[in-house]
Design a protein around this ligand. Structure first.
Ligand code: PAF
Length: 283
């Protein structure tokens, strides 16, 4: 497994792979890999002859009061895990490599970038789309893999790819959960045992919405209310948002018809967690 730290080296290596007519898949990550990331690597291996995993804790997607400094960076163990999974290359640049001094160019998807997490984390999606665009230019993958857990991120990236005509297929992979239902996240490592227990309420609240939906409720306000009522049972959990939106535009829906994204974000102690479920009406 090759480890590249410069864009030039990574681009040369990925061009070499494609010159061998191998379909190239990219799994962009910030490291601290868990089973959710590994499901992306496995999906990439199933569809592509060669898989590149990027590991880069991207400073521009963190707000000034967020956890950039303390974000876990277990680089050695991430490499060992990826070697075992059969990744062909890791791209692990420094911040100076990715961002030239005085850089003033951004990729912004207007609209969706200000919704859900974008509303609570101003500038977050601008940082995500800028770094993902840089990764696409650097690695030139044919396919890129993202987790459905970051549903808003996925919508924003799909829109960027569409609007800027990136020749990259975006594949989303299902949320991977712990046996007790907690969605896998690198930030789960911040939770104390008590907080981890409280955090289960996110998934429980989504299940309640799903139950109401299966029972025939379609009114978005009523569905949201059923989920919020469950969350309110955990005083340790502070709600950021609970919304039912169109999965592509992230616009709020009045009724859950067709495909509807139910998305929740909440603070458990000082840790911000997100989770979601997609409701689908038949017919
Ligand atoms: O989902 C993530 O881990 C990050 O937002 C991404 C896509 C790697 C960009 O930094």
């Amino acid at each position: 497994m090759k480890i590249c730290t410069s864009i030039a080296e990574a681009r040369a290596a990925s061009r070499q792979i494609r010159a061998e007519r191998k379909r190239l898949g990219l799994v962009p990550t910030m490291g601290a890999l868990h089973a959710g990331h590994l499901s992306l690597v496995r999906a990439a291996k199933a569809r592509c002859a060669a898989v590149v995993v990027s590991i880069f804790v991207n400073p521009t997607q963190f707000g000034p009061k967020e956890d950039f400094a303390k974000y876990p960076r277990p680089f050695e163990s991430d490499c060992a895990v990826l070697e075992k999974e059969g990744a062909d290359m890791i791209f692990a640049p420094t911040a100076d490599e990715m961002y030239a001094k005085g850089e003033i160019t951004w990729v912004t998807v207007e609209g969706p970038s200000e919704k859900l997490d974008g509303r609570s984390r101003p500038g977050h999606f601008r940082g995500v789309t800028t770094v993902v665009a840089k990764l696409f230019h650097g690695i030139e993958p044919e396919v890129a893999f993202f987790g459905q857990k970051d549903a808003a991120q996925l919508a924003v990236i799909r829109r960027m790819v569409r609007d800027l005509n990136f020749p990259v297929e975006i594949v989303s992979c299902p949320i991977v959960r712990e046996p007790d239902g907690l969605a896998m996240s690198s930030r789960n490592a911040y939770l104390s045992p008590k907080e981890r227990c409280s955090a289960l309420v996110l998934n429980r609240s989504l299940q309640e919405v799903e139950k109401a939906f299966r029972g025939g409720e379609r009114d978005a306000r009523a569905l949201v209310q059923s989920g919020r009522a469950v969350l309110a049972q955990e005083p340790e959990v502070r709600l950021d948002y609970f919304e039912i939106v169109d999965p592509e535009t992230l616009d709020p829906l009045a009724a859950a018809s067709g495909k509807s994204l139910v998305a929740v974000a909440a603070y458990v102690g000082s840790t911000r967690l997100i989770d979601n479920v997609v409701l689908e009406s038949r017919g």
